[in-house]
Design a protein around this ligand. Sequence first.
Ligand code: GRF
Length: 204
Amino acid sequence: KNIVILISGRGSNMEAIVRARAAQQWPARIAAVISNKPDAAGLSFAQAHGIPTAVVDHKAYASREAFDAALQDTIDGYQPDLVVLAGFMRILTCGFVEHYAGRMLNIHPSLLPLFPGLHTHRQALAAGVSEHGATVHFVTAELDHGPSVLQARIPVLPGDTEESLATRLLAEEHVIYPQAVRLFVEDRISIANGEVRIAETTSI
Ligand code: GRF
């Protein structure tokens, strides 16, 4: 199976997936790491690991549709079985999302459906919740609302700040995102009428 990972910055989730694939010998390869930002730090990590990279700079396109079309062409050049959004900070058009229906994942740093959108740690602190987390979900046209695959939960501790929450949560993201990708490439995830089913298995 071919995995294409999209990043916009540091790419720590991409890095976690790259490392897990190698360590656990998944039946898949990282076909490419693609960014909308030419200076995305994650690109050098991918290059250092011999993974093809590409940049589709959104500033070079007159419209969201034109950018998405160029991005789709670039992605499809790698024949993806799975597209992984990992810290990819673009809102994608319906046409793009439909093209990858059922084979595009995202990770959102909240316990969806709680706190969609940006600044999720700030939202969690403002809401005074005692528990926070991250969600790996299939991407659908409705932002941050696709069927959930896996979630990680962390306690909100007294004195927590946006930074301390983000740091503690990122460590959990690096656990569940590789797990979710592995489930997909090992054909242990299916979606039936908007619900995700994970095949019975001995261990993830
Ligand atoms: C993470 O908080 C992730 O949940 C969100 O983007 C942030 C940065 O991710 N999607 P990364 O380090 O670029 O993978």
